[in-house]
Design a protein around this ligand. Structure first.
Ligand code: ASP
Ligand code: MG
Length: 413
């Protein structure tokens, strides 16, 4: 039987009881003949608490600095280190053998992008040796080290990146992602009561959904899964029901026009006004932003008739402090009347489905659903399998509900 990589998110290891439950699940897989590697997140809200602590110190009294990035990762990496040791102890306590490793201990080397590092290599030998010796191997998610051995972290939700990367390099049969929900839903069930659990979804749909605010899986982890064709199974750690399989697209999936809807609230729309309308300007703006490792989305350019253009795009809320100086510098370089406007009163509602490639009328149905309830659309962006509308933040929940109804996503297919 093959190798399974299981990942337990923060809520699934939040206390001693849950840690024992996670341990029991790993042991059950081991005892049914699989080799088992377990990736864990920090317990409960630990990462949030650590971030708060860093703020408390960096904004103490008259002090006010953003926490230095290297030190932040040094701090955040401690969260997962606690969990790996405790899971290994729980497995020992239940009579099986386990060994825990930090990212550095399995040679999980990343680049130098603190707080959003990318994995460059993993030394699988140490893991294979321990599996051969009959042990369950526990690995700290979300962290790696630079070539010099300094701790880095992989971005919020980054244990999923660890899960998928390990699945890929170890050749896992499946990567099981244990969380506190039953799987991926047609929309966030906290907002849309009728939302339904999806049984199967393609990598591309999941990529769109997670990029659009469905928070169960980090986008980067899904990209990686797709690239290396790693099957992901998102499941609830509190029950044994099958969850959602995320896998390569099959012909059957095309029958479903819209698979899910999502709402992204933590975005800021940046509009750079009056930029010169000539070749190379957009390239210059976005290459400057890219060198700062800031991800932008929803790029729209509108050309005015006076030889200037508007360029607008969105960034995640957390990136605003990073992008401001970059935009300021661009503005002063571009000169003239160029200026930037930031808006955080917007959100983005989207529908996603591979079936859009072969069905028409999806956009019309979505726009009508919003129009019928007097929701104004400020911007529209599309891909082959997605339609997104930027609207006022205050309309977000209602809009999500409306599009979910319009496409009858609650109905099983
Ligand atoms: N503990 C980290 C976070 O909360 C990583 C993870 O949970 O995946 O972002
Ligand atoms: Mg967490």
């Amino acid at each position: 039987m093959g190798l399974i990589v299981q990942k337990f998110g923060g809520s699934s290891v939040a206390d001693a009881e849950r840690i024992h439950r996670a341990a029991a699940r790993a042991m059950a897989a081991r005892n049914s003949g699989h080799e088992v590697v377990v990736v864990v997140s920090a317990m409960g809200e630990t990462t949030d608490d650590l971030i708060q602590l860093a703020k408390d110190v960096c904004e103490y009294g008259q002090c006010k600095i953003p926490p230095p990035k290297r030190e932040m990762d040094q701090l955040l990496a401690t969260g997962e280190q606690v969990t790996i040791a405790l899971i290994a102890m729980a497995i020992h306590a239940q009579g099986n053998e386990a060994i825990s490793f930090t990212g550095g201990q399995i040679g999980l080397v990343t680049d130098y992008a603190f707080s959003k590092a990318r994995i460059q290599s993993i030394n699988k030998q140490r893991i294979f040796d321990q599996l051969k010796a009959g042990k369950i191997v526990i690995v700290a998610g979300f962290q790696g080290v630079t070539p010099e051995g300094d701790f880095t972290t992989l971005g919020r939700g980054g244990s999923n990146a660890t899960l998928v990367a390990l699945g890929a390099v170890l050749g896992a049969e499946v990567c099981e992602n244990y969380t506190d929900v039953d799987g991926i839903f047609t929309a966030d069930p906290r907002i849309v009561k009728k939302a339904r659990k999806i049984d199967r979804i393609s990598y591309d749909e999941m990529l769109e959904l997670s990029g659009l605010g469905a928070s169960v899986l980090q986008t980067r982890a899904v990209e990686f899964a797709k690239k290396y064709n790693v099957k992901l199974h998102v499941r609830n750690s509190q029950n044994d029901r099958p969850g959602t399989w995320i896998e390569a697209e099959t012909r059957n999936m095309e029958h479903i026009v819209v698979s899910g809807a999502a709402l992204k609230k933590d975005l800021v729309a940046v509009t750079i006004k009056e930029v010169p309308d000539k070749p190379g300007v957009a390239a210059r703006i976005f290459s400057e932003i890219a060198t700062h490792n800031i991800v932008v989305d929803d790029i729209i350019q509108t050309v005015n008739d006076n030889g200037t253009a508007f360029i607008s795009f969105t960034v995640e809320h957390g990136d605003v402090t990073d992008i401001r100086p970059v935009v300021d510098k661009l503005i002063s370089d571009l000169g003239g009347k160029t200026q930037a406007i930031y808006r955080d009163d917007l959100c983005k509602v989207s529908v996603v489905g591979v079936g859009m490639r072969s069905h028409t009328g999806v956009a019309k149905r979505m726009f009508e659903a919003l129009a019928d309830s007097s929701i104004n659309i400020e911007n529209i962006t599309t891909s082959e399998i997605k339609i997104s509308c930027i609207i006022k933040k205050e309309d977000g929940h209602r809009a999500l509900q409306l599009v979910h109804d319009a496409f009858e996503l609650e109905k099983a297919r």
